[in-house]
Ligand binder design. Sequence first.
Ligand code: HEC
Length: 120
Amino acid sequence: MNCLYKLVFLSVILISGCGYAPMFEENTLPANKKLLADGFDLYQEHCSSCHGVAADGEGILAPSLPIKPSDLTDLPLFPAGFIEFKIATGSNTQYMPAWDGTLTKEQIQKIGNYLRSIKQ
Ligand code: HEC
Protein backbone atom coordinates (compact mmCIF):
# COMPACT_ATOMS: atom_id res chain seq x y z
CA MET A 1 0.00 0.00 0.00
CA ASN A 2 2.73 2.38 1.03
CA CYS A 3 4.64 1.54 -2.12
CA LEU A 4 1.58 2.15 -4.31
CA TYR A 5 1.18 5.53 -2.67
CA LYS A 6 4.73 6.49 -3.59
CA LEU A 7 4.22 5.26 -7.13
CA VAL A 8 1.11 7.41 -7.59
CA PHE A 9 2.89 10.41 -6.11
CA LEU A 10 5.86 9.93 -8.44
CA SER A 11 3.61 9.57 -11.50
CA VAL A 12 1.83 12.80 -10.66
CA ILE A 13 5.16 14.62 -10.49
CA LEU A 14 6.31 13.06 -13.75
CA ILE A 15 3.09 13.84 -15.62
CA SER A 16 2.91 17.41 -14.39
CA GLY A 17 6.52 17.92 -15.52
CA CYS A 18 5.60 17.16 -19.12
CA GLY A 19 4.57 20.30 -20.95
CA TYR A 20 2.43 23.20 -19.91
CA ALA A 21 -1.09 21.94 -20.47
CA PRO A 22 -1.78 19.95 -17.29
CA MET A 23 -0.59 22.80 -15.10
CA PHE A 24 -2.70 25.71 -14.12
CA GLU A 25 0.06 28.16 -13.52
CA GLU A 26 -0.04 31.86 -12.78
CA ASN A 27 1.44 34.01 -15.56
CA THR A 28 4.41 35.84 -14.09
CA LEU A 29 5.84 37.10 -17.36
CA PRO A 30 6.15 40.91 -17.21
CA ALA A 31 3.64 42.72 -19.43
CA ASN A 32 6.07 45.34 -20.72
CA LYS A 33 5.83 47.05 -24.13
CA LYS A 34 8.22 44.72 -25.92
CA LEU A 35 6.57 41.51 -24.66
CA LEU A 36 3.07 42.85 -25.35
CA ALA A 37 4.18 43.63 -28.92
CA ASP A 38 5.39 40.02 -29.24
CA GLY A 39 2.02 38.89 -27.88
CA PHE A 40 0.23 41.00 -30.47
CA ASP A 41 2.32 39.46 -33.29
CA LEU A 42 1.76 35.92 -32.02
CA TYR A 43 -1.96 36.59 -31.67
CA GLN A 44 -2.23 37.90 -35.23
CA GLU A 45 -0.29 34.94 -36.58
CA HIS A 46 -2.07 32.13 -34.75
CA CYS A 47 -5.43 33.36 -33.51
CA SER A 48 -6.80 36.16 -35.70
CA SER A 49 -8.09 33.83 -38.44
CA CYS A 50 -10.83 32.70 -36.05
CA HIS A 51 -10.99 35.35 -33.32
CA GLY A 52 -10.48 38.33 -35.65
CA VAL A 53 -7.74 40.93 -36.12
CA ALA A 54 -9.41 43.05 -33.43
CA ALA A 55 -10.01 39.95 -31.23
CA ASP A 56 -13.77 40.56 -31.40
CA GLY A 57 -14.58 37.05 -32.62
CA GLU A 58 -15.04 38.10 -36.25
CA GLY A 59 -12.17 36.26 -37.94
CA ILE A 60 -12.31 35.24 -41.60
CA LEU A 61 -12.87 31.59 -40.61
CA ALA A 62 -15.59 32.44 -38.09
CA PRO A 63 -18.56 32.12 -40.49
CA SER A 64 -17.48 28.60 -41.45
CA LEU A 65 -17.36 27.36 -37.84
CA PRO A 66 -20.41 25.82 -36.18
CA ILE A 67 -19.49 27.57 -32.92
CA LYS A 68 -18.69 31.27 -32.88
CA PRO A 69 -15.12 32.02 -31.71
CA SER A 70 -15.25 33.96 -28.45
CA ASP A 71 -14.96 37.74 -28.35
CA LEU A 72 -11.58 37.94 -26.62
CA THR A 73 -11.85 41.65 -25.86
CA ASP A 74 -14.46 40.81 -23.28
CA LEU A 75 -13.22 37.73 -21.46
CA PRO A 76 -14.58 37.07 -17.99
CA LEU A 77 -12.29 37.85 -15.07
CA PHE A 78 -10.60 34.48 -15.05
CA PRO A 79 -8.14 33.76 -12.24
CA ALA A 80 -4.54 34.66 -13.13
CA GLY A 81 -3.14 32.11 -15.56
CA PHE A 82 -6.49 30.67 -16.60
CA ILE A 83 -6.51 32.28 -20.07
CA GLU A 84 -3.10 30.71 -20.67
CA PHE A 85 -4.47 27.38 -19.47
CA LYS A 86 -7.37 27.67 -21.95
CA ILE A 87 -5.02 28.53 -24.81
CA ALA A 88 -2.76 25.60 -23.94
CA THR A 89 -5.52 23.02 -23.57
CA GLY A 90 -8.10 24.29 -26.11
CA SER A 91 -11.77 23.54 -25.64
CA ASN A 92 -13.59 20.27 -25.38
CA THR A 93 -15.26 21.07 -28.68
CA GLN A 94 -12.75 20.48 -31.48
CA TYR A 95 -13.06 24.06 -32.73
CA MET A 96 -10.64 25.73 -30.37
CA PRO A 97 -7.30 23.98 -30.87
CA ALA A 98 -4.93 23.18 -27.98
CA TRP A 99 -1.72 25.15 -28.47
CA ASP A 100 0.50 23.30 -26.04
CA GLY A 101 3.21 21.76 -28.20
CA THR A 102 2.72 24.27 -31.04
CA LEU A 103 3.48 27.34 -28.96
CA THR A 104 5.95 27.49 -26.09
CA LYS A 105 4.82 28.35 -22.58
CA GLU A 106 6.41 31.79 -22.96
CA GLN A 107 4.60 32.44 -26.23
CA ILE A 108 1.29 31.45 -24.63
CA GLN A 109 2.02 33.77 -21.70
CA LYS A 110 2.80 36.64 -24.07
CA ILE A 111 -0.55 36.15 -25.80
CA GLY A 112 -2.30 35.93 -22.42
CA ASN A 113 -0.81 39.25 -21.33
CA TYR A 114 -1.71 40.81 -24.66
CA LEU A 115 -5.35 39.69 -24.30
CA ARG A 116 -5.54 41.08 -20.76
CA SER A 117 -4.10 44.37 -22.04
CA ILE A 118 -6.95 44.84 -24.55
CA LYS A 119 -9.73 43.83 -22.17
CA GLN A 120 -12.56 46.35 -22.39
C1 HEC B 1 -9.78 27.34 -35.72
C2 HEC B 1 -10.35 28.47 -35.03
C3 HEC B 1 -9.67 28.97 -33.77
C4 HEC B 1 -8.35 29.35 -33.62
C5 HEC B 1 -7.22 29.33 -34.67
C6 HEC B 1 -8.23 29.81 -32.25
N1 HEC B 1 -9.43 29.71 -31.60
FE1 HEC B 1 -9.82 30.26 -29.69
N2 HEC B 1 -11.72 29.56 -29.83
C7 HEC B 1 -12.30 29.13 -31.00
C8 HEC B 1 -13.71 28.82 -30.75
C9 HEC B 1 -14.70 28.32 -31.80
C10 HEC B 1 -13.93 29.10 -29.37
C11 HEC B 1 -15.23 29.05 -28.57
C12 HEC B 1 -15.94 27.79 -28.55
C13 HEC B 1 -15.22 26.69 -27.89
O1 HEC B 1 -14.85 26.83 -26.71
O2 HEC B 1 -15.05 25.68 -28.56
C14 HEC B 1 -12.66 29.55 -28.82
C15 HEC B 1 -12.46 29.88 -27.50
C16 HEC B 1 -11.33 30.52 -27.02
C17 HEC B 1 -11.13 30.97 -25.64
C18 HEC B 1 -12.08 30.74 -24.48
C19 HEC B 1 -12.96 31.93 -24.25
C20 HEC B 1 -13.94 31.72 -23.10
O3 HEC B 1 -14.77 32.62 -22.89
O4 HEC B 1 -13.92 30.66 -22.44
C21 HEC B 1 -9.92 31.59 -25.59
C22 HEC B 1 -9.27 32.25 -24.38
C23 HEC B 1 -9.35 31.51 -26.92
N3 HEC B 1 -10.21 30.84 -27.76
C24 HEC B 1 -8.12 32.02 -27.29
C25 HEC B 1 -7.46 31.73 -28.49
C26 HEC B 1 -6.09 32.13 -28.77
C27 HEC B 1 -5.23 32.98 -27.86
C28 HEC B 1 -5.78 31.60 -29.99
C29 HEC B 1 -4.45 31.65 -30.70
C30 HEC B 1 -3.31 31.08 -30.01
C31 HEC B 1 -6.96 30.91 -30.48
N4 HEC B 1 -7.96 31.02 -29.54
C32 HEC B 1 -7.05 30.30 -31.72
C33 HEC B 1 -11.68 28.98 -32.24
C34 HEC B 1 -10.34 29.20 -32.50
